[in-house]
Design a protein around this ligand. Structure first.
Ligand SMILES: C[S@@+](CC[C@H](N)C(=O)[O-])C[C@H]1O[C@@H](n2cnc3c(N)ncnc32)[C@H](O)[C@@H]1O
Length: 243
Protein backbone atom coordinates (compact mmCIF):
# COMPACT_ATOMS: atom_id res chain seq x y z
CA UNK A 1 0.00 0.00 0.00
CA UNK A 2 1.61 3.28 -1.02
CA UNK A 3 1.96 6.13 1.48
CA UNK A 4 -0.13 9.09 0.44
CA UNK A 5 0.49 12.41 2.12
CA UNK A 6 -2.51 14.71 2.32
CA UNK A 7 -2.17 18.45 2.49
CA UNK A 8 -3.25 20.49 5.51
CA UNK A 9 -4.99 23.48 4.00
CA UNK A 10 -6.82 24.79 7.04
CA UNK A 11 -4.44 26.43 9.47
CA UNK A 12 -3.92 30.04 10.57
CA UNK A 13 -6.55 32.77 9.98
CA UNK A 14 -8.48 30.82 7.31
CA UNK A 15 -9.19 28.13 9.93
CA UNK A 16 -9.55 30.39 12.97
CA UNK A 17 -12.08 32.53 11.11
CA UNK A 18 -13.65 29.85 8.95
CA UNK A 19 -17.11 31.17 9.82
CA UNK A 20 -16.41 34.12 7.46
CA UNK A 21 -16.91 31.65 4.60
CA UNK A 22 -20.59 32.53 4.86
CA UNK A 23 -19.73 35.97 3.43
CA UNK A 24 -17.86 34.69 0.37
CA UNK A 25 -19.82 31.48 -0.19
CA UNK A 26 -23.33 31.62 1.27
CA UNK A 27 -24.13 28.54 -0.84
CA UNK A 28 -21.96 26.39 1.45
CA UNK A 29 -24.23 26.81 4.48
CA UNK A 30 -27.23 26.03 2.29
CA UNK A 31 -25.49 22.89 1.02
CA UNK A 32 -24.76 21.72 4.58
CA UNK A 33 -28.47 21.98 5.27
CA UNK A 34 -29.21 19.97 2.11
CA UNK A 35 -26.81 17.21 3.17
CA UNK A 36 -28.62 17.00 6.53
CA UNK A 37 -32.03 16.92 4.85
CA UNK A 38 -30.94 14.25 2.41
CA UNK A 39 -29.69 12.05 5.24
CA UNK A 40 -32.81 12.60 7.37
CA UNK A 41 -34.98 11.47 4.42
CA UNK A 42 -32.76 8.49 3.59
CA UNK A 43 -34.10 5.01 4.26
CA UNK A 44 -31.34 2.80 5.66
CA UNK A 45 -31.30 -0.84 4.58
CA UNK A 46 -31.03 -2.09 8.17
CA UNK A 47 -33.07 -1.05 11.21
CA UNK A 48 -31.39 0.36 14.32
CA UNK A 49 -28.85 3.06 14.94
CA UNK A 50 -27.48 4.76 11.86
CA UNK A 51 -23.67 4.84 11.89
CA UNK A 52 -22.49 7.82 9.89
CA UNK A 53 -18.93 8.82 9.12
CA UNK A 54 -18.28 12.42 8.08
CA UNK A 55 -15.15 13.13 6.08
CA UNK A 56 -13.60 16.56 6.76
CA UNK A 57 -16.14 17.71 9.37
CA UNK A 58 -14.28 21.01 9.87
CA UNK A 59 -15.95 23.27 12.43
CA UNK A 60 -19.10 21.14 12.42
CA UNK A 61 -21.43 23.10 10.13
CA UNK A 62 -22.61 20.03 8.19
CA UNK A 63 -22.28 17.79 11.27
CA UNK A 64 -24.87 19.86 13.12
CA UNK A 65 -27.41 19.40 10.32
CA UNK A 66 -26.70 15.66 10.29
CA UNK A 67 -27.17 15.37 14.06
CA UNK A 68 -30.29 17.54 14.16
CA UNK A 69 -31.82 15.74 11.17
CA UNK A 70 -32.46 12.38 12.84
CA UNK A 71 -32.34 11.07 16.39
CA UNK A 72 -31.19 7.56 15.39
CA UNK A 73 -27.92 8.89 13.96
CA UNK A 74 -24.49 8.40 15.59
CA UNK A 75 -21.78 10.45 13.97
CA UNK A 76 -18.02 10.09 13.72
CA UNK A 77 -16.46 13.25 12.33
CA UNK A 78 -12.88 13.18 11.14
CA UNK A 79 -10.66 16.06 10.16
CA UNK A 80 -6.91 16.56 9.89
CA UNK A 81 -6.89 20.24 10.93
CA UNK A 82 -6.62 20.78 14.73
CA UNK A 83 -7.81 24.41 14.49
CA UNK A 84 -11.02 23.30 12.74
CA UNK A 85 -11.65 20.44 15.17
CA UNK A 86 -11.19 22.72 18.20
CA UNK A 87 -14.13 24.79 16.92
CA UNK A 88 -16.17 21.66 16.18
CA UNK A 89 -15.69 20.55 19.80
CA UNK A 90 -17.18 23.85 20.97
CA UNK A 91 -19.93 24.05 18.34
CA UNK A 92 -21.02 20.44 18.86
CA UNK A 93 -20.51 20.23 22.64
CA UNK A 94 -24.06 18.98 23.41
CA UNK A 95 -23.83 16.05 20.96
CA UNK A 96 -20.36 15.17 22.28
CA UNK A 97 -21.71 15.19 25.85
CA UNK A 98 -24.67 13.00 24.83
CA UNK A 99 -22.31 10.47 23.28
CA UNK A 100 -23.90 10.82 19.83
CA UNK A 101 -20.72 12.22 18.32
CA UNK A 102 -17.05 11.32 18.19
CA UNK A 103 -14.55 13.77 16.73
CA UNK A 104 -11.26 12.34 15.55
CA UNK A 105 -8.18 14.18 14.37
CA UNK A 106 -7.05 12.03 11.49
CA UNK A 107 -6.18 11.98 7.85
CA UNK A 108 -9.29 10.84 5.95
CA UNK A 109 -7.56 8.09 3.98
CA UNK A 110 -5.61 6.72 6.95
CA UNK A 111 -8.77 6.62 9.05
CA UNK A 112 -10.78 4.87 6.34
CA UNK A 113 -8.01 2.32 5.82
CA UNK A 114 -8.24 1.40 9.50
CA UNK A 115 -11.97 0.59 9.32
CA UNK A 116 -13.34 -2.91 8.65
CA UNK A 117 -15.12 -3.53 5.35
CA UNK A 118 -18.92 -3.13 5.36
CA UNK A 119 -18.95 -1.43 8.78
CA UNK A 120 -20.57 1.98 8.11
CA UNK A 121 -24.18 2.74 7.09
CA UNK A 122 -23.56 6.09 5.51
CA UNK A 123 -20.62 8.34 4.66
CA UNK A 124 -21.33 12.06 4.37
CA UNK A 125 -19.17 15.01 3.47
CA UNK A 126 -19.45 18.73 2.83
CA UNK A 127 -16.87 20.67 0.81
CA UNK A 128 -13.92 18.45 1.67
CA UNK A 129 -13.36 16.21 -1.37
CA UNK A 130 -12.75 19.13 -3.75
CA UNK A 131 -9.71 20.03 -1.59
CA UNK A 132 -8.09 16.66 -2.28
CA UNK A 133 -5.48 15.80 -4.87
CA UNK A 134 -7.10 13.67 -7.63
CA UNK A 135 -5.05 10.59 -6.79
CA UNK A 136 -5.84 10.93 -3.08
CA UNK A 137 -9.56 11.49 -3.81
CA UNK A 138 -9.68 8.31 -5.91
CA UNK A 139 -8.23 6.32 -3.01
CA UNK A 140 -10.64 7.90 -0.54
CA UNK A 141 -13.60 7.05 -2.79
CA UNK A 142 -12.48 3.44 -3.07
CA UNK A 143 -12.14 3.22 0.71
CA UNK A 144 -15.56 4.82 1.27
CA UNK A 145 -17.06 2.17 -0.99
CA UNK A 146 -15.23 -0.60 0.86
CA UNK A 147 -16.27 0.49 4.36
CA UNK A 148 -19.95 0.99 3.46
CA UNK A 149 -22.39 -1.81 4.19
CA UNK A 150 -24.28 -3.15 1.18
CA UNK A 151 -27.26 -0.82 0.75
CA UNK A 152 -25.26 2.02 2.32
CA UNK A 153 -24.65 5.35 0.66
CA UNK A 154 -22.19 8.17 0.23
CA UNK A 155 -23.60 11.69 0.09
CA UNK A 156 -21.47 14.68 -0.76
CA UNK A 157 -22.39 18.35 -0.94
CA UNK A 158 -19.41 19.96 -2.56
CA UNK A 159 -17.79 22.27 -5.05
CA UNK A 160 -17.96 20.49 -8.39
CA UNK A 161 -16.29 22.56 -11.11
CA UNK A 162 -18.38 23.29 -14.20
CA UNK A 163 -17.61 20.96 -17.08
CA UNK A 164 -17.61 23.87 -19.51
CA UNK A 165 -14.13 25.28 -18.83
CA UNK A 166 -14.88 28.80 -20.13
CA UNK A 167 -18.03 29.02 -18.04
CA UNK A 168 -16.10 27.74 -15.04
CA UNK A 169 -13.37 30.34 -15.52
CA UNK A 170 -15.99 33.12 -15.56
CA UNK A 171 -17.57 31.73 -12.41
CA UNK A 172 -14.18 31.55 -10.65
CA UNK A 173 -13.35 35.11 -11.70
CA UNK A 174 -16.65 36.23 -10.17
CA UNK A 175 -15.73 34.41 -6.96
CA UNK A 176 -12.36 36.17 -6.79
CA UNK A 177 -14.10 39.53 -7.18
CA UNK A 178 -16.32 38.65 -4.20
CA UNK A 179 -13.22 37.67 -2.17
CA UNK A 180 -11.59 41.03 -2.88
CA UNK A 181 -14.74 43.06 -2.15
CA UNK A 182 -15.44 41.17 1.08
CA UNK A 183 -12.01 41.01 2.66
CA UNK A 184 -10.87 44.50 1.61
CA UNK A 185 -14.07 45.91 3.11
CA UNK A 186 -13.21 44.06 6.32
CA UNK A 187 -9.62 45.31 6.01
CA UNK A 188 -8.38 41.71 6.10
CA UNK A 189 -5.70 41.34 3.42
CA UNK A 190 -4.38 38.31 5.36
CA UNK A 191 -7.64 36.42 4.84
CA UNK A 192 -7.86 37.60 1.23
CA UNK A 193 -4.41 36.16 0.58
CA UNK A 194 -5.22 32.84 2.26
CA UNK A 195 -8.54 32.32 0.47
CA UNK A 196 -7.05 33.24 -2.93
CA UNK A 197 -4.15 30.84 -2.36
CA UNK A 198 -6.66 28.20 -1.28
CA UNK A 199 -8.74 28.77 -4.42
CA UNK A 200 -5.62 28.35 -6.58
CA UNK A 201 -5.08 24.97 -4.95
CA UNK A 202 -8.70 23.87 -5.54
CA UNK A 203 -8.50 25.05 -9.15
CA UNK A 204 -5.14 23.50 -9.99
CA UNK A 205 -5.14 20.72 -12.61
CA UNK A 206 -4.30 17.97 -10.11
CA UNK A 207 -7.09 18.99 -7.68
CA UNK A 208 -10.00 20.37 -9.68
CA UNK A 209 -13.09 18.19 -9.27
CA UNK A 210 -15.27 18.62 -12.37
CA UNK A 211 -18.76 17.23 -12.14
CA UNK A 212 -18.94 14.81 -15.09
CA UNK A 213 -15.59 13.06 -14.45
CA UNK A 214 -16.36 12.94 -10.70
CA UNK A 215 -19.66 11.14 -11.37
CA UNK A 216 -17.92 8.74 -13.77
CA UNK A 217 -15.26 8.02 -11.19
CA UNK A 218 -17.92 7.21 -8.58
CA UNK A 219 -19.53 4.75 -10.99
CA UNK A 220 -16.14 3.19 -11.82
CA UNK A 221 -15.60 2.77 -8.07
CA UNK A 222 -18.82 0.73 -7.88
CA UNK A 223 -21.44 3.22 -6.67
CA UNK A 224 -24.82 2.68 -8.30
CA UNK A 225 -26.89 4.67 -8.89
CA UNK A 226 -24.91 7.91 -8.77
CA UNK A 227 -27.35 10.81 -8.57
CA UNK A 228 -27.11 14.60 -8.69
CA UNK A 229 -29.91 15.84 -6.44
CA UNK A 230 -29.20 19.54 -6.67
CA UNK A 231 -26.94 21.83 -8.61
CA UNK A 232 -26.46 25.58 -8.52
CA UNK A 233 -23.32 26.76 -10.29
CA UNK A 234 -20.36 24.95 -8.79
CA UNK A 235 -22.34 23.69 -5.79
CA UNK A 236 -23.83 20.24 -6.13
CA UNK A 237 -25.34 17.55 -3.93
CA UNK A 238 -24.34 14.09 -5.15
CA UNK A 239 -25.04 10.65 -3.78
CA UNK A 240 -23.89 7.17 -4.65
CA UNK A 241 -25.35 3.95 -3.33
CA UNK A 242 -23.37 0.81 -2.61
CA UNK A 243 -25.35 -2.04 -4.17
C1 LIG B 1 -13.91 23.41 3.29
S1 LIG B 1 -13.79 22.64 4.84
C2 LIG B 1 -15.45 22.03 5.07
C3 LIG B 1 -15.78 21.77 6.51
C4 LIG B 1 -17.14 21.18 6.82
N1 LIG B 1 -17.33 19.90 6.18
C5 LIG B 1 -18.28 22.08 6.48
O1 LIG B 1 -19.24 21.60 5.86
O2 LIG B 1 -18.24 23.27 6.82
C6 LIG B 1 -12.90 21.14 4.46
C7 LIG B 1 -12.45 20.39 5.68
O3 LIG B 1 -11.85 19.17 5.26
C8 LIG B 1 -10.69 18.95 6.04
N2 LIG B 1 -9.76 18.11 5.28
C9 LIG B 1 -9.15 18.43 4.12
N3 LIG B 1 -8.34 17.43 3.74
C10 LIG B 1 -8.46 16.44 4.68
C11 LIG B 1 -7.89 15.16 4.83
N4 LIG B 1 -7.03 14.68 3.95
N5 LIG B 1 -8.24 14.42 5.90
C12 LIG B 1 -9.11 14.90 6.82
N6 LIG B 1 -9.69 16.11 6.72
C13 LIG B 1 -9.37 16.88 5.67
C14 LIG B 1 -10.13 20.33 6.30
O4 LIG B 1 -9.27 20.37 7.42
C15 LIG B 1 -11.40 21.14 6.50
O5 LIG B 1 -11.78 21.19 7.84
Amino acid sequence: MSAVVAETLFEGPIAEEYELLRLICPAAADMSRRVGEWVSAWTPPNPGTLDVLEIGCGTGITSLHLLNGRADLRLTGIDNAPAMLAQARRNLAPALAEGRLRLIEADALSHLRGLPSASVDLVASGYALHNFLDSYRDRVLAEIHRVLKPGGAFVNGDRYALDDTREHLRSTQDEVRVYFRTFLELNRPDLLEQWVVHLFSDESPDHIMRLAPALERMEETGFRPVTVHFRDGVNALVSGAKP
